[in-house]
Ligand binder design. Structure first.
Ligand code: LLP
Length: 438
């Protein structure tokens, strides 16, 4: 979890930086990423595999949680590979200097251009479906990539359900992702006959923000069975990627396993099952996103207007909202907030924190316990590192906020604040529309 401090003025500090000073310097709203917290989580994953897995392992950062140059660079510098979910994320990871050998490309509908980009970059492709498999064979055969066929993992739907929001469940059979495991024989037969493909392993991902411990054990066991099945088709698969999904603490009531508690049983199950099946240990991969970065970041906003509806509700509004954090309106996600310049003031108020968008559902937190606030106070929403910036939009043409990384009392800009000019940069006004009737 994020290490914060309260300084002598009763102000919040992150990474040794006063949050209110950061807002003065970089503007509001502002994403503030604590480098140490992110690095620590990377190390915890890496160390847990080192401790509990006897074979080779590789942790990938699922960069869909927050894909930008600086975050990819930090994860890579901790020895992590990067999971990318589109050509754009792949491009960013490459530009950040991540080596292609450590990049894995996902998506249930990669375009031909994305597949060619991936092949030429030398990253591994996680193949999702038959159409993609056939397209790959065709690309490799016609474009002369046969001398260095792309490395592939096959993504299968494990048929494991877990209790998380229905939008972020992916493991059940009725999912848009992955090959149907009922077609395993057909799939392995096809792949084993294709010299154009270099299929090295299997992948599955069962969902996100998962607190239960059993589903990933079940997944590990199922995946080893698939490895055994593949061996019957003379397919030598040496990599097993169990996906991501470990949940994080957004509020006091969330109680996820620790990183170590998540990794350990997966390693144990794979080792036991491989021993039982007399299979060599595969290289074990996983690709967490949220549990690496969610708690490493906060969003600082400036409080503006307020509204009291007697005996009903107190609203305060901030200068951002669903455009910089779409998770509350999309998944009814619950967040916690503090007031950076009033950390020592008693929490006497129950307020609903609204965004500034023209949409009544644009509520960041319902019934937050806060000190008495006034316009200009700095509200800090905790745990916004995952799926906030990466899902941000320009709804109502709000420029996207800036982001800084803080470490050792120093702050560096990692995402520049968008300007009004940025907002119309891609707009085109056809000649015949230029004369606006007044
Ligand atoms: N691998 C695959 C193939 C995935 O689809 C995902 C997440 C991950 C790894 C990383 O999962 P994590 O460790 O972050 O749980 N926007 C939603 C979450 C969508 C997750 C999409 N896939 C949210 O804000 O809750």
């Amino acid at each position: 979890p994020l290490t914060t401090q309260v300084n002598g003025h009763g102000f919040l500090e992150i990474g040794g930086c006063d949050v209110t000073t950061l807002v003065e310097q970089f503007g509001s709203p502002l994403y503030i990423l604590d480098e140490e917290t992110l690095r620590l989580a990377c190390q915890q994953y890496r160390d847990a595999f080192k401790q509990y897995y006897k074979g080779e392992s590789q942790v990938l950062y699922a960069s869909k949680a927050w894909n930008c140059l600086a975050v990819c660079a930090i994860a890579a510098s901790e020895g992590l590979g990067i999971d990318v979910a589109s050509g754009g994320e792949l491009y960013t990871a490459l530009q950040a200097g991540v080596i292609p050998e450590k990049i894995y490309l996902h998506s249930n509908n990669k375009s031909r251009a994305e597949l060619i980009f991936a092949i030429e970059s030398g990253c591994t492709i996680v193949v999702d479906n038959w159409h993609e498999l056939h397209t790959l064979v065709q690309i490799v055969e016609t474009a002369n990539y046969a001398s260095a066929p792309p490395r592939l993992l096959l993504r299968l739907t494990p048929g494991i359900e877990c209790h998380t929001h229905e939008y972020i469940r992916t493991g059940q059979l009725d999912s848009k992702f992955g090959f149907d495991p009922h077609q395993l024989e057909e799939l392995f037969t096809f792949v084993s006959q294709q010299s154009a493909l270099n299929c090295v392993g299997l992948h599955a991902h069962i969902g996100s923000q998962i607190f239960e411990r059993q589903p990933h054990r079940d997944l590990a066991a199922v995946m080893v069975q698939w490895l055994r099945d593949a061996a019957k088709f003379n397919l030598k698969l040496t990599e097993l990627n169990v996906g991501g999904g470990l949940g994080v603490t957004y509020t006091e009531s969330d109680d996820p396993p620790s990183i170590e508690e998540w990794v350990k049983p997966i390693c144990e199950v794979v080792q036991e099952a491989c021993a039982a099946e007399n299979l060599p240990l595969p290289k074990l991969l996983c690709e967490p996103g949220r549990s690496l970065i969610a708690t490493a970041c906060v969003t600082a906003y400036t409080i503006g207007s307020s509204k009291t509806i007697p005996e009903t509700r107190n609203y305060i509004a901030v200068d951002g909202g669903m455009s910089d954090n779409p998770r509350p309106i999309t998944y009814q996600s619950v967040y916690r907030a503090v007031v950076a310049n009033k950390m020592s003031v008693p929490l006497t108020e129950t307020v609903t924190i609204a965004g500034k968008h023209c949409e009544s559902g644009d509520i960041l937190i319902k019934n937050a316990q806060l000190p008495k606030t006034e316009p200009g106070d700095i509200l800090v929403v905790m745990g916004t590192g995952a799926y906030n910036y990466s899902m941000a939009s320009n709804y109502n043409r709000l420029p996207r906020p800036a982001a800084v990384v803080v470490a050792n009392s120093e702050a560096n800009l990692i995402l520049q604040r968008e300007t009004y000019e940025d907002l119309i940069r891609q707009d085109r006004l056809p000649e015949r529309l230029k004369k606006v009737a007044q």
